[in-house]
Ligand binder design. Structure first.
Ligand code: SF4
Length: 360
């Protein structure tokens, strides 16, 4: 069974300076053609109804009302009763009408980018002023969405810890159910890289991360994944599919998916996609690699993985095969065992690369 469907909307109404995602400037005509093609691709997979559907981007909220309704009414039957139905939105193109359409078709989780509350940095990353975000967030609540994620960025160029402190205070006042954090990563194709900005030093990143971790923990959020925080029961069920290394269908430009032993990635070319040629690369994952994927994903989670599940999936005992490696990682306070689960420590969750090197 495949529990999750990811749907990619590649359009954005403006381009953020740090962005390297698969995106295009919004255009009515292409957006219309795109949604029609997307529906074809989604129905070409004979799976569903799904436990989670996630519409990401790009900016799904850049779609005009008609296109949004067209897409959501199509997707609705693919969602199980009580399924999680998430959409990403951007402050500048959310409207009351779009939110009402989302509500009507069963969207029950909204993810919105705040990134920062500093006007100076919002300008630098080419995003709308803070009050545009605030208005959008309040509107989301007014329409009655009770499961909201806010994205926060940190370690922006020369960003002081005071700004991060203020961002956290702002977010806590808004009281979202879920918070995703990102440090600025300078991707080669972003406007930032082209302008010659540099990533902040590791120790600056680490101290800002520490502040985020302690502040959000004190406020009652659990860091259930290295960069994600949630109130009790509000973890992203969709993203847990990825982190628990479960299969999922991915549709849309540049989307990737994992079905059986196959991992695939779709084309990033709109014209190719619109011709109905969706998948660009596809690879069979062998046994060794699938173990690697399993560690790579599960050890991002504070609960790690269950030894029973590991044995069931791979047919051998983790602690027997990795006895010496585990012993070393345990001594270094990176991994530990609790109630039949192997978990990363607070230190280990940040040093996943180190753990993986030792395990292989
Ligand atoms: S960060 Fe998101 S909203 Fe900004 S350009 Fe990239 S995909 Fe679009």
């Amino acid at each position: 069974v495949i529990d999750s469907l990811y749907v990619h909307i590649p359009f954005c109404s403006n381009i953020c300076s740090y962005c390297d995602f698969c995106k295009l400037i919004y255009n009515d005509k292409f957006a219309f053609l795109y949604v029609e093609e997307l529906k074809k691709e989604i129905s070409s997979y004979k799976y569903g109804p799904y436990k989670t559907i996630y519409i990401g981007g790009g900016t799904p909220s850049s779609l005009i009302e008609e296109s949004l309704e067209n897409l959501l009414s199509f997707l609705r039957p693919y969602l199980e009763n009580n399924g999680e139905f998430t959409i990403e939105v951007n402050p500048e193109n959310i409207t009351l009408e779009k939110l009402q359409i989302m509500k009507k078709y069963g969207i029950n989780r909204i993810s919105i980018g705040m990134q920062t509350s500093s006007e100076e940095y919002l300008k630098l990353i080419n995003r709308a002023p803070f009050d545009v975000f605030l208005k959008a967030y309040n509107l989301i609540r007014e329409v009655g969405f009770s499961n909201v994620n806010i994205d926060l960025m940190y370690a922006l160029p020369n960003e002081s810890i005071e700004i991060v402190k203020k961002d956290l205070k702002t977010i806590l006042e808004l009281d979202p159910e879920h918070i995703s954090t990102y440090s600025l990563i300078l991707e080669e194709n972003s406007v930032f890289s082209k302008k010659g900005f540099k990533e902040e030093d590791q120790d600056v990143q680490a101290s800002q991360y520490e502040l985020i971790l302690s502040t959000l923990r004190d406020a009652g959020y659990r860091r259930y994944e290295v960069s994600n925080f949630a109130k009790k029961g509000r973890e992203s069920r969709h993203n847990l599919t990825y982190w628990k290394d479960k299969e999922y269908v991915g549709c849309g430009l540049g989307a990737s998916g994992f079905i059986g032993t196959k991992r695939y990635t779709n084309t990033r070319s709109l014209s190719t996609y619109l011709k109905g040629k969706y998948i660009e690369t596809s690879e069979e994952v062998n046994f060794e690699e699938s173990i690697k994927y399993f560690f790579l994903t599960n050890l991002r989670l504070d609960i790690g993985f269950s030894l029973d599940e590991f044995k069931q999936k791979f047919g051998f005992d983790f602690l027997e095969k990795y006895q010496s490696q585990y012993g070393k990682l345990y001594k270094e306070n990176l991994l530990f065992k609790e109630d039949g689960w192997i978990k990363p420590t607070d230190k280990g969750i940040l040093l996943l690369d180190r753990i993986l090197v030792d395990l292989f």
